[in-house]
Design a protein around this ligand. Structure first.
Ligand code: HEM
Length: 489
């Protein structure tokens, strides 16, 4: 329940994946090109707008699922979910070239040479063919209880859209089977740490000057993710900052979606971790956890520095209840570990209020088959369809990738406990990318916990996560789909 002072969110108008996430065991990302603009607009107005899954619907379903989760972890409801987003080319098609310009990162696009250079992304020439040539106007997200369900849903949609849109590329993501459910392909539990949204949930505790919902889960003002609401105040986390002003009336309740198809070289990653653990004299699961900042169970190194503690990993009241102020010398968790880079919490020089300006809502799903028994080198494309939502792509997703993960000097200002020498933390070993696919390394893979001053470093040799497609989209409100974006022009 939101508090009285929290902003009132238009839950019927904001699409459901943005703040809460569509219920899904399987999810299709169907990228399309519009062939017949007038026909497409008519379908948007008459059939599609009313089928888009709203935040309210997702929340209602979540309540049902939460009750049933008490009886078992599986989600089997035949709930159909549909969301829709447009690229800048799609908005041009719908609104004409004189349309108002939106966020500058969105208008630049994921495949622009400046974006590629800023993120150290591989050249577009190495991406999937559909993303290197030709136009993509938008993407449908179709989610449901299993692959077959989503496939059927997609065929119905495509037959309705026949001759009006062309499907350019479709990929189905699926949660992993059995005990790997909720884990990404390297084996780590994912989707643990998400910002709580003021207006959706009421903060229940105060912690170092910011409000939290679950322990360790900061409450964020919704304007960080959706137009029309207050953003964070960069100086006082609990105070509302300025309103995220929509660049056009119809953009209210809209958000920006970054989609990245990230291939994971799983057998190579496992072999690397095993070999390097042996070289460093540690056991592989410990080295793996030092790369991510959590054990495969989800237990954070800050709370379980030397041995896994699956009970902590599984417990939402404990698995996110930490920050980094008590670990100034990376004795528990390396500065470069993926989660310490991607959300440095209270670690940056200006503290929590600063890192809260770079939060994203993540909604990723794994794709591709499980690793087969004899697969010692990657034979099948698999990985993560990474999805995140924000109001400013440059300040949020791109900032995390560029200024944190790809920046070997972040987090800055750290020194060695014994010599006082400055530390260069190195690259995020999971997603960090060096210019021109150059060398990467990270500091202190071997824990000096609880004490010690053994200096160690890990040469990351190759990338184990490789972007093969990337797209920036705008997720309009449901009312905008029904009106401004589908108005006859
Ligand atoms: C294949 C690629 C990736 C893998 C395997 C991966 C894996 C993980 C895992 C296992 C966690 C810990 C679970 C959790 O806290 O939810 C995590 C957290 C996180 N990841 Fe990633 N991730 C990937 C890509 C990305 C990308 C591209 C970004 C953004 C640029 C990102 C941003 C984050 C953030 C913000 C967190 C939460 C950190 C926190 O709040 O403590 N991840 N990721």
């Amino acid at each position: 329940m939101p508090a009285q002072t929290d902003p009132r969110l238009d839950l019927d108008d904001i699409q459901g994946d943005v703040l809460v996430g569509l219920q899904k065991n399987a999810e299709m990302f169907m990228f399309f090109r519009i062939a017949d603009v007038a026909g497409f607009k008519m379908l948007l107005r008459q059939h599609i707008a009313s089928r888009l899954t709203s935040t309210r619907r997702v929340l209602d379903r979540e309540r049902v699922a939460a009750r049933e989760r008490l009886q078992g972890p599986r989600f089997t409801h035949p709930w159909e979910s549909l969301n829709l987003a447009f690229t800048k080319d799609g908005l041009d098609r719908l609104l004409g070239p004189g349309r108002p310009l939106l966020d500058s990162g969105f208008e630049r696009g994921a495949d622009h040479p400046d974006t590629i250079a800023a993120l150290n992304d591989p050249p577009v020439a190495s991406w999937l063919p559909a993303f290197r040539s030709g136009r993509i106007d938008g993407a449908f997200l179709l989610a449901g209880p299993n692959r077959r369900f989503v496939d059927t849903q997609a065929s119905h949609l495509l037959s309705m859209l026949s001759g009006i849109v062309t499907a350019v590329y479709s990929e189905i993501g699926q949660v992993r089977p059995g005990r790997e459910r909720g884990h990404e392909h390297f084996g780590f539990l994912d989707g643990i740490s998400q910002p709580a949204i003021r207006g959706l949930t009421r903060p229940s505790r105060r912690h170092h000057g910011s409000d939290q919902v679950l322990p360790g889960q900061d409450a964020i003002w919704p304007g960080e993710f959706v137009y029309g609401y207050p953003m964070q105040d960069p100086h006082a986390a609990d105070q509302p900052g300025p309103i995220a002003a929509p660049p056009a009336v119809w953009a209210r309740n809209g958000s920006y979606m970054v989609v990245r198809r990230l291939e994971q070289l799983v057998p190579e990653f496992r072999a690397f971790v095993a070999a390097e653990a042996k070289r460093l004299g540690m056991y592989p699961a410990l080295l793996g956890s030092r790369l991510v900042g959590r054990w495969q169970s989800g237990a954070p190194l800050e709370l379980a520095p030397l041995d896994d503690n699956p009970r902590i990993g599984a417990e939402p009241m404990r698995n996110n209840d930490f920050d980094y102020r008590d670990d100034p010398f990376q004795r528990r968790c390396p500065y470069a570990a993926h989660i310490r880079k991607a959300n440095p919490r209270d670690d940056p020089p200006r503290g929590t209020a600063e890192s809260l300006r770079h939060r994203i809502v993540r909604a990723a799903i794994p794709f591709g088959p499980e690793v087969g028994p004899g697969e010692t080198r990657t034979e099948h494309s698999r990985g993560l369809i990474f999805v995140c939502y924000q109001i400013d792509i440059g300040r949020q997703f791109e900032f995390i990738q560029r200024r944190y993960a790809d920046n070997p000097d972040f987090v800055d200002g750290k020194t060695r406990p014994d010599t006082g020498q400055p530390v260069h933390p190195g690259y995020d070993p999971i997603i960090g990318q060096a210019p021109g696919n150059g060398e990467r390394s990270m500091d202190e893979p071997v824990p000096n916990y609880p004490t010690g001053n053994r200096r160690s470093s890990l040469n990351l040799m190759q990338q184990f996560v490789i972007p093969t497609a990337s797209s920036y989209l705008f997720v309009p409100s449901i009312s905008a789909v029904r009106t401004a974006l589908s108005a006859a022009g």
